[in-house]
Design a protein around this ligand. Structure first.
Ligand SMILES: N[C@@H](CCC(=O)N[C@@H](CS)C(=O)NCC(=O)O)C(=O)O
Length: 228
C-alpha cells in the first residue's frame, strides 16, 4: 500500500510535485497532510520521513524521500503509465530539466516562495531572480517548440509527464508574483493553471487555515500589495 506524506498545500512546493504525479496518473495512494514550518529538515517530520522533510512516500512501512526519488520509483513501478515521455530523447531532456529544477533556481526559490493564496500586482525583480526566470522561460519554450510536437498535447513534452510536475510550483510562483513570459511559455503556464489537479490543489490551499506567519509577513514586505 502506498501512502504519500505531504506538507500544507499553500506552502509546500515540493509536496505538490508527487501529489500531482499520483493524481494525474491515477495511482492509488493515500495522502497524509502534515504542517510544515517553512524551514529546513525537522525532527517533527522524522517519524514518517528519513530526511526530516516532506514529501515522503511509504510503500507499506518502507520510506522513499526526496521528490525525484519518489518520481523515479513511481515511474519504475508503473511502466505502462509513461510517467516520463516515451521517446528516448524527449525522456532524456525531461530528466535533464527535472534535475535542473531539482537542484537549481535558488534565487527564484529564495525570493519568490510558493504561496498559492498570494496574488500580487508584481514586484521589483533582482537581476539574479530575472536570470532564473529567463532560464525557465527558455526551458519551457524549447520543450514546447522542439519536443511537444513529436506527440502532440499541451504540456512540455506533449503529454503530461514528471517534468510538468517538477515545474508546477514555479507556475504558482509566477502566478503569485504576476511574472509575464514570452513565447509558448506563457501559454504553457495557462495550460498548467487550468489543469484540473492544479485547480484542486488551489482550492485545497485556499481552504487551509494554517499560516506560516514569518513566511507571509516576509512575502508582503518583499512583494508589495495584494491584487485581491
Ligand atoms: N530535496 C527535497 C526537498 C524537500 C523540502 O525541502 N521539503 C520542505 C517542504 S516544501 C520541508 O519538508 N520542510 C520542513 C518544514 O518546513 O517543516 C525534495 O526533493 O523532496
Amino acid at each position: 500500500m502506498l501512502t504519500l506524506y505531504i506538507g500544507n498545500k499553500n506552502y509546500s512546493s515540493w509536496s505538490l510535485r508527487p501529489w500531482l504525479i499520483v493524481k494525474h496518473f491515477d495511482i492509488t495512494c493515500s495522502k497524509k497532510i502534515v504542517d510544515v514550518a517553512g524551514r529546513g529538515p525537522s525532527d517533527m517530520h522524522r517519524a514518517y520521513s528519513g530526511n526530516g522533510l516532506v514529501p515522503c512516500l511509504h510503500l507499506n512501512d518502507f520510506q522513499i524521500w526526496d521528490t525525484l526519488a519518489i518520481a523515479e520509483f513511481l515511474a519504475e513501478r508503473y511502466p505502462d503509465k509513461n510517467l516520463w515521455p516515451k521517446d528516448p530523447l524527449s525522456r532524456a531532456r525531461a530528466r535533464s530539466i527535472s534535475a535542473e529544477m531539482h537542484s537549481g533556481f535558488s534565487h527564484l526559490r529564495g525570493n519568490m516562495g510558493m504561496n498559492v493564496k498570494l496574488e500580487l500586482e508584481g514586484r521589483p525583480i533582482s537581476p539574479e531572480v530575472q536570470s532564473d526566470i529567463n532560464r525557465i522561460e527558455a526551458i519551457w519554450n524549447q520543450a514546447r517548440t522542439d519536443f511537444a510536437p513529436t506527440t502532440g498535447g499541451d504540456y512540455l513534452f506533449g503529454e503530461f509527464s514528471i517534468a510538468d510536475a517538477m515545474f508546477a510550483p514555479v507556475v504558482w510562483r509566477f502566478n503569485s508574483y504576476n511574472v509575464q513570459l514570452n513565447g509558448p511559455a506563457q501559454e504553457y503556464m495557462q495550460t498548467m493553471l487550468a489543469h484540473p489537479n492544479m485547480q484542486e490543489w488551489r482550492l485545497d490551499a485556499l481552504a487551509e487555515t494554517t499560516a506560516i506567519v514569518h513566511y507571509d509577513e516576509n512575502a508582503k514586505k518583499l512583494h508589495g500589495e495584494s491584487r485581491l
